[in-house]
Each structure stands twice: as C-alpha cells, then as structure tokens.
Design a protein around this ligand. Structure first.
Ligand SMILES: Cc1cc2nc3c(=O)[nH]c(=O)nc-3n(C[C@H](O)[C@H](O)[C@H](O)COP(=O)(O)OP(=O)(O)OC[C@H]3O[C@@H](n4cnc5c(N)ncnc54)[C@H](O)[C@@H]3O)c2cc1C
Length: 413
C-alpha cells in the first residue's frame, strides 16, 4: 500500500479548487492552488448556489457569510413574454433541504473562498498557468507552468474549468468545449428598480418566443444588488463578436431583442451597469476523469451548460466527495476510481437535464411558444418536486466511513 498522500497540487482557483483545498486541509492533507488569472476582485456576473452546494459551503465554513452577503431566493417564478404568470417552483428550500438557495455575485463568492483558503493556510499562487504535467513512477508528480516555474506534489487535481488544460493530460485528444448556439448577456442593476416593480425575493424567469430573460436580487446592499440576464439563440453571431461591440451597441441589441417583453425588462436593460457577454459551452462526456495521479473535478470533468443552475453546486459536491474518497482510501488511483464511480451518474444526469432545459430557450413559432407556455403552466404543479433529487442531495450524508477521531489523528500525524 502507498503511504497516505500528503500534498495536493490543485490547478484552478475558481469554485472547486479553493473549496477542495480548504476541505483537504481540514483532513490533514496539504494543498497548493495555482490560478492562471491575476488576483482580482469584481469578476463575473451573478449566480445562484442551490441547497446541495450550500451544504458543502457550510462544511467549508463560509455558508453564513454568503447568506449574509448574498440574497436568499424564496422561489423561481415563471412568466410568459407578456408577463402572464406560469407558475412557481423551489419554495421553502431551507425548510425542505436544510439550506436555502442563495443568489450572489460571483465576485463575492470568489472573494469569500479565497479569503477562507488563505485563513486555512492554503498556499495560493496567482498568474500561474499550467502548461504540462509530468507523472513518472517513483517520483513526485510535477506541474509545469508557462512562466517556467514548477511545483511537486503527491497528486494533482484539475479544477481548471471548462477550458481545462489538465483535461488535455487526462484525455489527450479528447472532447473539446463546443458552443451550444446560445449567447448569454448579464449584469447588475440597482435593487430599487426591482423593488419599484414589486419583485419578491425570488428569481423571475420569462420565456419568450425566442430566448429567455431572468432577474432577481443577489445582495442585500443597496447599489447594484440585483442581477439580470438574457439568453438568446445566437443567430450566427457568436459571443466573441458580441464581446467586440461597445456597451452602447450591446444595450441597443438587448433593447431591440426584448422590445415587447413585459415590464420591468426594458427598464432593467436600460439600467444595466455593464453588460457581460458569455458563450454557452458544453463538453461531451469524457471516457475517464483520471489518469495516473491526476484527477479532474467540476467543469473540467463534466462541464455543463448553465440551464440547470447546477454547475457550481456539482463542483462543490465533487470537492467534498473527493476529500471523503481520499480519507477512505490510501491508494490514490483507487480513490480516484471510487470518486468517479460514485460521481459520474449524478453529474451526467444533471448535464443532460441542463441540455434539455436549454432547448426551451431556442426559437419557437408564435404557436409553438404559446403551446410551450400552456405546457409549463399545466405541468408546473406536477413538476414542482421533480428536482428534489438534485436539491435534496447532501454530500455530507454519504460518508461511507464516518470520520473517527482516531483516523483524523492518524491523518494529521
Ligand atoms: C453565464 C453562466 C451562468 C452560470 N450560472 C450558474 C448558477 O447560477 N449556478 C450554478 O451552480 N452554476 C452556474 N454556472 C456554472 C458555473 O459557473 C460553473 O459550473 C462553475 O464555475 C464550475 O466551477 P469550477 O471550479 O469547476 O470551474 P471555474 O469556476 O471555471 O474555475 C476554473 C478556474 O481555473 C482557472 N484556470 C483555467 N485554466 C487554467 C490553467 N491552465 N492554469 C491555472 N488555472 C487555470 C480559471 O481561470 C478559473 O479561475 C454558470 C455558468 C455560466 C457561464
């Protein structure tokens, strides 16, 4: 049997990376995190972490801070393009699942995770872009960075997202990210606008004849504490082309696209602070998530289009379950296989669901959109609980072998 691994190299300080490092530290395993970006604040738009992800954030010791700095979402309410209510789901999440769904700025999530990693004595390095990995028998595994530096460890975790460089090592010539043909536009607006429109502490989602528009609170601060986003079929113009446009042109595009959509959508577009454009990417199923002493987690392993609102929560679940697998199994490759065996069915089921949801945002005929809206309205009461298997998953409740103080002492020794 190999000695228990002592040191992890983690590539990527997005969501899965820092949380894995914090949890590894708690389990007595050293972790160094390497991030390609410079250390910065204010990155990205808004997102929502569902109860299944919040359980892991609680375990990492940051859930209450994120509840305080974000906005607890009481429901998701659906509307037609003209504003007719179609139904509501995801009520009473905290009561039903032990954690609420929390909307927040991505920048706040990153800031809280990085601060927690630092205060947990995780070593974090920014502007370190992974170039290649060297995994030779009887030697430490080596991460080589594009600036010529390198780092050694007992194993390496690829938490480097949809464009993963680690994936190239694990599955050489494997699937690449592909554009699903939907473009996302998002940003922040003052909460006063939503308050004036009588918006509840929920997410509002409007399905149009083509595309959808969503909005909701993402912070309890006064300024720019509501988020909104538009998802549209690309119509031959990709995200890069939109990104090259100036803000005024993007605003004109959004105004035209959503011209006859219900209030307060046009007003929200006018008030958007800065419009962020995102491509909607997906990656085909990988044949394997690990190779030798390297494992992929989060979007690097199972990138999902954002239409199930679960990519971050899946990444968080991965972080927790990986640390459980490493606690339970001393041999790295066996631990990686056990992790993949456990996680793959759930991740792939959610990725497939997100793909199906994306289809609701494509182009419909007028009659097709009317029929879809009727279907949503009629089916909503029956479907209200159909996502319980996603939200009701508590990664902590699955520990195959509960941690004993003797085992914890042995790992720390
Ligand atoms: C528009 C949009 C909205 C979304 N909304 C939601 C939502 O509401 N709820 C939800 O759960 N999910 C949402 N998602 C999905 C979610 O953002 C991802 O699933 C999640 O960020 C995955 O986390 P991760 O840690 O695996 O990867 P990431 O968060 O992408 O982090 C990867 C990190 O690795 C770094 N990196 C990349 N390459 C290298 C390299 N070579 N060397 C070093 N570092 C590298 C990157 O800079 C990045 O910081 C959304 C996605 C999009 C695009």
């Amino acid at each position: 049997m190999t000695k228990h691994p002592r040191k992890a190299l983690i590539i990527g300080a997005g969501i899965a990376g820092p949380v894995t490092a914090i949890l590894l530290k708690q389990a007595g395993i050293e972790a160094q995190v390497f991030e390609a970006r410079p250390h910065s604040t204010g990155m990205g738009g808004g997102l929502q972490i569902a109860p299944n992800g919040m359980h892991v954030l609680a375990e990492a010791g940051v859930a209450s801070e994120l509840v305080r700095r974000g906005s607890v979402c009481q429901s998701i309410d659906f509307y037609s393009q003209s504003g007719a209510p179609l139904g509501s789901v995801n009520r009473n999440m905290a009561e039903r699942f032990g954690q609420p769904a929390v909307s927040m700025r991505r920048a706040v999530l990153h800031e809280v995770l990085i601060d927690k990693a630092w205060s947990s004595s995780v070593e974090l390095y920014f502007e370190k872009r992974l170039g290649r990995i060297e995994d030779r028998p009887d030697r430490p595994i080596v991460a080589h960075f594009t600036d010529g530096s390198s780092a050694e460890g007992d194993f390496l975790i690829g938490a480097d997202g949809v464009h993963s460089a680690v994936r190239e090592h694990v599955v050489p010539d494997g699937p690449k990210p592909f554009d699903t043909g939907l473009v996302g536009f998002g940003g922040f607006v003052p909460r006063a606008l939503l308050e004036a429109a009588g918006a509840k502490p929920s997410l509002a989602m409007t399905f149009g004849q083509s595309g959808c528009f969503g909005y909701g609170y993402c912070s309890d601060e006064r300024e720019l504490s509501a988020m909104c986003w538009s998802t549209q079929p690309a119509h031959g113009i990709d995200a890069a082309t939109f990104r090259a446009m100036d803000q005024a042109a993007l605003r004109r595009h959004l105004r035209k696209y959503h011209a006859d959509w219900h209030d307060p959508i046009p007003q929200l577009i006018d008030a958007l602070e800065e419009i962020i454009v995102t491509a909607t990417l997906d990656v085909a199923t990988l044949p394997n998530w690990s190779r030798g002493r390297t494992l992929l987690i989060g979007d690097a392993a199972h990138a999902t289009s954002p239409h199930a609102g679960q990519g971050a929560s899946l990444a968080l679940e991965d972080a927790f379950r990986l640390v459980c697998a490493l606690r339970d199994e001393h041999e790295i490759r066996t631990a990686f296989q056990a992790f993949e065996h456990e996680r793959r069915p759930r991740a792939e089921r959610i990725v497939a669901l997100a793909r199906r949801n994306g289809n609701q945002k494509r182009e419909f005929s007028r009659t097709g959109a009317w029929l879809r809206d009727r279907m949503i309205k009629v089916m909503m009461p029956f479907n209200a609980r159909s996502w319980d298997w996603i939200y009701g998953y508590d990664a902590r409740a699955l520990s195959a072998r509960p941690e004993t103080s003797a085992r914890r002492d042995r790992l720390a020794a």
